[in-house]
Ligand binder design. Structure first.
Ligand code: MTE
Ligand code: HPA
Ligand code: MOS
Length: 738
C-alpha cells in the first residue's frame, strides 16, 4: 500500500502547523534568546519592546503561573532564564504582538546586561570539572582487565563524533487557542503530545485534562521534536492563558537552529584486545557525551550508547563507561539512533585501527566476531541474531569479491582518484530503553456507514506510521483502505502516550489498534453467526445489523510490550523486544587532489522480519542511509569557544542534497520466519538504517589510505572534504603529487 499522504503531499494540500487557518485576533510570538552562553543576568529591560508598535505584551519568568521548569527527566531546565543563562539562545523573554514582523522587530529592542562566566563547550573539560548531568554508568561483561593480559594485540585510541542538526523541513512551533473555562487547545509540531501536555501543565498550573494537544502530522522530527517541542508550546500556552487570545509561534529557521539542541557530540577512549586469530577478547570504552546545558533526554541517550557499544559483535569481556557532561551549549537531544550511532562508531573505529596496525582487512575482524544466536549482550539479553545471515547474504548477493577486485584495479590504475570500500554491520534494539514507556493505546470507532475512525498516540512525521495503522485495520476487518481514516493525534482522544520515537511507533500503536479491531471484529462475527443471513452480509450490512442490535462498534484498547525488563542497579536485563540487523557495503571514490568525494554505492541486506510495507520501509532505509552519510561526512555543527553557533544557516551548514545521494542504493530484505514481537512480524525500520551511513566514513578512510598508506587520519567525524584533504597529505612530503 502506498503512503496515505502521498497524493496530498504531492499536491501541497497536507496540513502542517503553519497551514492551520488562523482564528481572528490571533497573536504572534518571538523569543529573545540569551546572547551569551554563560553568565549572571544583571539586567533585563523589556520596556523598549513593550513600547514597540504592535506589541501586546512581553513575558518573562515573572509571568509563569505554574513552575518555570520544562525538564523532562531531570528538573534542570527553566523555560525562561531566571538569574543566570546557560547557553546562547536560552529563552529570556517572549514578545507577543499583532504580527510576526512586529514581534520579531520588538525582540531587537530588549536590553540585557549579563556578567559573563566561564564557558565550557568540551565534554572532557566538563567531566574533569565534575560537571555531570547524572552519575556515570558502566556496563560490564566478563573481566576486561584480566583478559587483556591474554591478548596478542592491544590497540588503543580516541574518537570524536560531532553533532547533527535535525533540519526537519518544518521548524518547531505551536499555536495555542483558548477554549472556555480555562481550557486550551494547542496545535504543536511535536512527536510527543503527552510530553507537551505535561510540560504545559507544569508551566501554567492547569490540569492535564484542560490541555488538548493536537498534531495532524510533522514535516519531520527525527528526534528533534521528542522533547524539544515542549518549550515553544509552553510559551504560547502561557501567553494564551494571560491574554485569552490565540497565540502562535512558528520558529524562523535561524532561531530553531540556534535555540534547539542537536545530536550529541561524543568523545571516547577505547582499548581493544584481540587474540592471534583476530578474535576480539576484550573491549574497554569510555564515552564523554556532550549533553549541553540541561539534561533533556541525555541520560536516556547515554544509556542507548552503552546498549549499542558492541554493535553486531560478540565480545566476551566488556567494560563501557559513559559520562553525560554538562556544557554551555543548547541541551542536546534525541536524533535518529538516539546515541546508538555514537556508540557504534567507536567499536568500528577500534576495529579499523586494529586492522590498519595488523595489516589485515577490517572486514576480516568484523566477520570473525559477528554475534550468533545465544550470545549475550553486555546488558544480559541473549541475542536472536541475524548478524551472520545479513553479512553472508550481502557478500553473496552483491559479489563482494568482485567489488573488492574492482576497487583494487581502479586504485592501481588511478593516481589521483582512489576508491575505498567498507562493510557496516548494524544491530539495533527495538523498545524504549525505559520499560515503562513501552505502552500504547488506540481508539477505534466503526460508524454506521461502515467507515472507520482510528485514533492512537502515533504521530505521523513522514515515516508512514498512519499507513501501517490503516493496514492493520484493513487486515482485521477485511475492508478497503478507503474506508479507514487515521485522525489527528490528540491528548483528549488517547491519553498518556509515549513519544513517537525509538522506531517503535508502529509496533506499539499498531498492536493497540490490532487489539481494538479484533475485539470489535469478535462482536461482529457473533452478529454474523446469529443474525438471519448473517454469513452472507457484506461489511456495511453487518455493521448496520450490529448497530440495530445495540452491539458496541467502538473499542479503546491498551498494549504493553510483554517480556521486557531492565534492572538499572545491576545494568542487566532484557530491555528490547527484539533486535534489527543488517549489513551494508559502502563504496566511495575520493578525488585525491581536492578531497572531494562521491559515494558510488551503498548495498544493503536489511533484516525486516516480514515487511508489511516494503515501499515505506525502503523509503525509510534510503532516507536513513543518506542522513547517516550526512552526519559522517559533511554536516558540521560549529560552535565557537564562546558557545556561539557559527553554522546557523543553510549557507554555513551543509546537509546532503540530491547530489550527495549515492549513485546506487540497493536494498534487499532478509526474510526471516522466526516469530518476533513486531506488528505482523514486520520489524521496526525507522532508525537502524541511519547507522549504515557510518560505513561511508570508513570507506572514505580506506580511500585516503589507498592514496597515502602512512596518512594520519584522526577518528574524527564528519570526515569533510577538508579533513579528507588533510589526511591525504598528512605525514607526506609536499612534492608527492604527480
Ligand atoms: N522518517 C521521516 N520521514 N521523518 C522523520 O522525522 N524520524 C525517524 C524515523 N524516520 C523520521 C523518520 C526517527 S528518529 C524515528 S525514532 C522513527 O522514524 C519514528 O517513527 P517510527 O517509530 O514509526 O519508526
Ligand atoms: N529511544 C528513543 N527515544 C527515547 C528512548 C529510546 O530508547 N527512551 C526515551 N526516549
Ligand atoms: Mo527517534 S531519535 O527515537 O525520535
Amino acid at each position: 500500500m502506498k503512503h496515505v499522504d502521498s497524493a496530498a503531499h504531492t499536491r501541497g494540500e497536507s496540513i502542517y502547523l503553519d497551514d492551520i487557518p488562523l482564528i481572528r485576533g490571533s497573536l504572534f510570538g518571538a523569543v529573545f534568546g540569551s546572547p551569551l552562553a554563560h553568565g549572571i543576568v544583571r539586567r533585563l529591560d523589556v520596556s523598549g519592546a513593550e513600547q514597540s508598535p504592535g506589541v501586546v505584551r512581553v513575558f518573562t519568568f515573572q509571568d509563569v503561573t505554574g513552575q518555570n521548569q520544562i525538564g523532562g527527566i531531570v528538573p534542570d531546565e527553566p523555560l525562561f532564564a531566571e538569574g543566570s543563562v546557560h547557553f546562547c539562545g536560552m529563552p529570556m523573554a517572549f514578545v507577543v504582538a499583532v504580527s510576526e514582523t512586529a514581534a520579531r522587530h520588538a525582540v531587537g529592542k530588549i536590553i540585557v546586561e549579563i556578567e559573563p562566566l566561564p564557558v565550557i563547550t568540551d565534554p572532557r573539560v566538563a567531566q574533569s570539572e565534575g560537571e555531570l548531568i547524572v552519575p556515570p554508568r558502566t556496563f560490564r561483561l566478563g573481566d576486561v582487565d584480566g583478559v587483556m593480559a591474554e591478548c596478542e594485540h592491544i590497540i588503543e585510541g580516541r574518537t570524536d563524533t560531532n553533532g547533527q542538526e535535525h533540519l526537519y523541513i518544518e521548524t518547531q512551533g505551536a499555536y495555542a487557542v483558548p477554549l472556555e473555562n480555562q481550557t486550551i487547545r494547542i496545535y504543536s509540531s511535536t512527536q510527543a503530545p503527552t510530553a507537551v501536555q505535561r510540560a504545559v501543565s507544569k508551566v501554567t498550573g492547569l490540569a492535564m485534562h484542560a490541555l488538548d494537544i493536537e498534531v495532524t502530522r510533522l514535516g519531520g522530527g527525527f528526534g528533534g521534536k521528542e522533547d524539544q517541542a515542549n518549550g515553544w508550546a509552553a510559551l504560547c500556552a502561557l501567553a494564551c492563558l494571560h491574554l485569552k487570545k490565540p497565540v502562535k509561534y512558528a520558529m524562523p529557521r535561524t532561531d530553531d537552529m540556534v535555540m534547539t539542541g542537536k545530536r550529541h557530540p561524543y568523545s571516547a577512549d577505547f582499548t581493544i584486545g584481540l587474540d592471534a586469530n583476530l578474535k576480539i577478547l576484550g573491549y574497554a570504552v569510555t564515552f564523554y557525551q556532550n549533553a549541553g546545558a540541561a539534561a533533556d533526554l541525555s541520560p536516556a541517550v547515554l544509556e542507548r550508547t552503552l546498549f549499542h557499544c558492541t554493535n553486531s559483535y560478540f565480545i566476551p569481556n566488556v567494560r563501557a563507561t559513559a559520562y553525560s557532561c554538562r556544557t554551555n551549549l543548547p541541551p542536546n537531544t534525541a536524533f535518529r539512533g538516539f546515541g546508538g550511532p555514537q556508540g557504534m562508531f567507536v567499536i568500528e573505529a577500534a576495529i579499523a585501527k586494529a586492522a590498519e596496525i595488523l595489516g589485515v582487512p577490517a572486514a576480516l575482524i568484523q566477520k570473525r566476531n559477528l554475534q550468533k544466536t545465544g550470545d549475550v549482550f553486555p546488558y544480559g539479553q541473549l541475542a536472536v541474531s541475524e548478524a551472520e545471515a545479513c553479512w553472508q547474504k550481502a557478500e553473496e548477493l552483491y559479489d563482494i569479491e568482485a567489488l573488492r577486485r574492482g576497487v583494487e584495479e581502479f586504485n592501481s590504475a588511478n593516481k589521483l582518484f582512489k576508491k575505498g570500500l567498507a562493510m557496516m554491520p548494524v544491530c539495533f534494539g527495538i523498545s524504549f530503553t525505559k520499560t515503562l514507556m513501552n505502552q500504547a493505546r488506540a481508539q477505534v470507532h466503526v460508524y454506521t456507514d461502515g467507515s472507520v475512525s482510528v485514533s492512537t498516540g502515533a504521530v505521523e512525521m513522514g515515516q508512514g506510521v498512519n499507513t501501517k495503522i490503516i493496514q492493520v485495520v484493513c487486515a482485521v476487518f477485511s475492508i478497503d483502505p478507503a474506508l479507514v481514516k487515521v485522525q489527528a493525534t490528540r491528548t483528549f482522544s488517547v491519553a498518556n502516550t509515549s513519544p513517537s520515537a525509538a522506531s517503535a511507533t508502529a509496533d506499539l500503536n499498531g498492536k493497540a489498534v490490532l487489539i481494538a479491531c479484533t475485539a470489535i471484529m469478535g462482536r461482529l462475527k457473533e452478529v454474523a453467526a446469529t443474525e438471519p443471513g448473517g454469513q452472507e452480509m457484506g461489511w456495511k450490512q453487518l455493521v448496520m445489523a450490529a448497530f440495530l442490535r445495540r452491539v458496541s462498534l467502538s473499542e479503546h484498547a491498551h498494549y504493553a510490550t510483554p517480556d521486557i525488563h531492565f534492572d538499572a542497579g545491576k545494568e542487566k536485563g532484557h530491555p528490547f523486544a527484539y533486535h534489527v540487523y543488517g549489513t551494508a557495503i559502502v563504496v566511495a571514490t575520493l578525488d585525491c587532489l581536492r578531497g572531494r568525494y562521491t559515494l558510488d554505492a551503498v548495498k544493503v541486506v536489511h533484516d525486516s522480519g516480514v515487511s508489511m510495507n516494503p515501499t515505506i520501509d525502503r523509503g525509510q532505509i534510503e532516507g536513513g542511509i543518506v542522513q547517516g552519510i550526512g552526519w559522517m561526512t559533511m554536516e558540521e555543527v560549529v560552535y565557537d569557544e564562546m558557545g556561539r553557533l557559527r553554522s546557523n544557516t543553510l549557507s554555513t551548514y551543509k546537509v546532503p542534497d540530491i547530489y550527495s545521494v549515492p549513485s546506487e542504493i540497493s536494498i534487499d530484505f532478509l526474510h526471516t520466519e522466526l516469530d518476533n514481537l513486531a506488528i505482523f512480524r514486520s520489524k521496526a525500520v525507522g532508525e537502524p538504517p541511519l547507522m549504515y551511513g557510518i560505513g561511508a566514513y570508513f570507506a572514505l578512510r580506506n580511500a585516503i589510505l589507498a592514496f597515502n598508506p602512512s596518512g594520519i587520519i584522526p577518528f574524527n567525524a564528519p570526515l569533510t572534504p577538508e579533513k579528507a584533504l588533510m589526511g591525504l597529505y598528512s605525514n607526506k612530503p609536499k612534492h608527492v603529487v604527480g
